[in-house]
Design a protein. Structure first.
Lengths: 214, 245
């Protein structure tokens, strides 16, 4: 326990750092992911094309490369110097592609007749999506989407390589203070296990709440 | 006679397959047109092109004198005027029966919620499922679901109703409860295009029977004339294979 209590300040900083990247990155990933996912099934060819291009370009790129681009190229072009913000943008934009594809697979599970009936009533594309397709897609999408979110939570540790304080970088700091690296890493693993358990709880709750009878 | 639906020289291809061949059909206000024919004759495709759930290769379709646009707001507006009842009901699975009927008027016609609910309850009573209003579609029988689907279409106060094989997915004992509602609508003067295999309905409620085969309209006449004295060999052949009822 000494590893924790003697270095409380670092553990708090690291956990807050991880949660910051997670929450703000998640917002970007979900909002952008929904937009891109909708673009990929839209009736407008140019929207489909842009959506597909974005997913194929970003999803096919290693996450570390995304971080490199945001740490070194983006500041030159956009005048953003805050490393934490850049990290959040990198991982948010990266995860959005996974969110979009997971969402699209969910959209494909909704029977086509549902959208046809909505269109026949006179609804616009956004209404069909917002009122009929997405609410039903959300239900079947919860388990795979939660996997994406859990993978994302663990991916936040990559930010450690870019001097952004989080649970991925705490080992280096604590080694400097003379703590045993193996013990530190076990504690880091435990913190992640607890956080992922919490996410699984959210998943069970949402699955139960949004169950749909067919 | 005021034409509500005008289909003029419409062709439809699925790749090489010529699904609709130079189809022309006019449905006047208050008219009930029943489309029959063997499977694969294009009758469902024709029904679905009328509100552009299927695109067409060429030709023109007009609703109430307005050419059906290809996409966008104009198309949605015309679709709101043409109700559609599907073979597989297609009730919104995540909405209650009442919400299924209300959602169109609220979202598309921007009618206040209270008014839409009142309308919806009246329509559900009319098709005999008023007491099921708070259930979900999966909790209802097929016949009940299809009657809700009719109520949902009626809620938009459409100028015409399209029925795409409305009883084909139903158990035999539920067919009549749906047909009764449709006969009632026909009597009240609703303009209807009905794709069906129910010859009894055609006899009872149709003003005109359109017989399709291989993507063409082969014969068009009154139900009496068609069932007792079919002119073409295709129609004679088709009718001879039916169990008469």
């Amino acid at each position: 326990m000494g590893v924790i209590t003697d270095n409380w300040d670092l553990w708090v900083d690291a956990t807050v750092g991880t949660l910051q990247i997670f929450f703000f990155g998640l917002i970007i990933a979900l909002v952008l992911g929904f937009i891109v996912g909708a673009m990929r099934v839209s009736p407008i060819p140019i929207a489909r094309w842009v959506g597909t291009a974005y997913v194929n370009l970003v999803r096919n790129t290693p996450l570390t490369l995304m971080f490199f681009v945001f740490a070194f190229a983006v500041p030159v072009v956009f005048e953003i110097r805050d490393l934490r913000l850049l990290g959040i943008l990198a991982i948010g934009l990266y995860t959005a592609t996974y969110v979009a594809e997971t969402l699209r697979s969910g959209i494909n599970t909704v029977p086509v007749g549902q959208a046809e009936a909505a269109r026949a009533v006179g609804m616009s594309f956004t209404q069909v999506m917002g009122h009929i397709v997405l609410p039903q897609a959300a239900r079947s999408v919860i388990p795979p989407m939660m996997s994406v979110i859990i993978a994302f939570l663990k991916n936040t540790t990559v930010a450690a390589g870019f001097s952004i304080m989080n649970l991925g970088s705490i080992r280096a700091y604590l080694s400097e203070r003379g703590e045993n690296a193996m013990v530190v890493l076990l504690w880091v693993a435990l913190v992640f296990v607890v956080m992922v358990f919490a996410l699984s709880g959210v998943q069970r709750y949402l699955e139960k709440k949004w169950r749909v009878a067919r | 006679m005021i034409p509500v639906i005008e289909v003029e020289h419409v062709n439809k291809h699925y790749g090489e397959f010529h699904a609709l061949k130079d189809i022309s059909l006019t449905v006047s206000k208050g008219e009930v047109v029943v489309v029959i024919g063997p499977s694969g004759s294009g009758k469902s495709t024709l029904c679905r092109t009328i509100n552009r759930l299927e695109t067409i290769t060429d030709g023109e379709i007009r609703i109430d004198g307005n050419v059906l646009p290809k996409e966008g707001k104009g198309l949605a507006k015309l679709r709101a005027d043409v109700g559609m009842v599907f073979q597989s009901f297609n009730l919104f699975a995540h909405k209650t029966i009442l919400e299924n009927v209300m959602i169109g008027p609220i979202q598309v016609k921007k009618i206040p919620k209270a008014e839409a609910a009142e309308d919806a309850r009246r329509l559900l009573d009319r098709v005999g499922v008023g007491h099921q209003a708070d259930k979900y579609p999966a909790q209802l029988s097929g016949g009940q679901q299809q009657r809700v689907a009719i109520a949902r279409a009626l809620a938009m106060k459409p100028k015409a109703l399209l029925f795409d094989e409305p009883t084909s997915a139903l158990d035999p004992e539920m067919i009549n409860e749906v047909l009764d509602v449709m006969i009632e609508l026909a009597k009240e003067g609703m303009t209807m295009v009905v794709v069906t295999h129910e010859m009894g309905f055609a006899r009872k409620a149709a003003d005109r029977v359109v017989f399709m085969a291989d993507g063409e309209i082969v014969e068009e006449s009154t139900p009496d004339e068609f069932f007792t004295n079919p002119q073409t060999s295709r129609a004679q052949d088709f009718l001879s294979k039916l169990i008469t009822n």
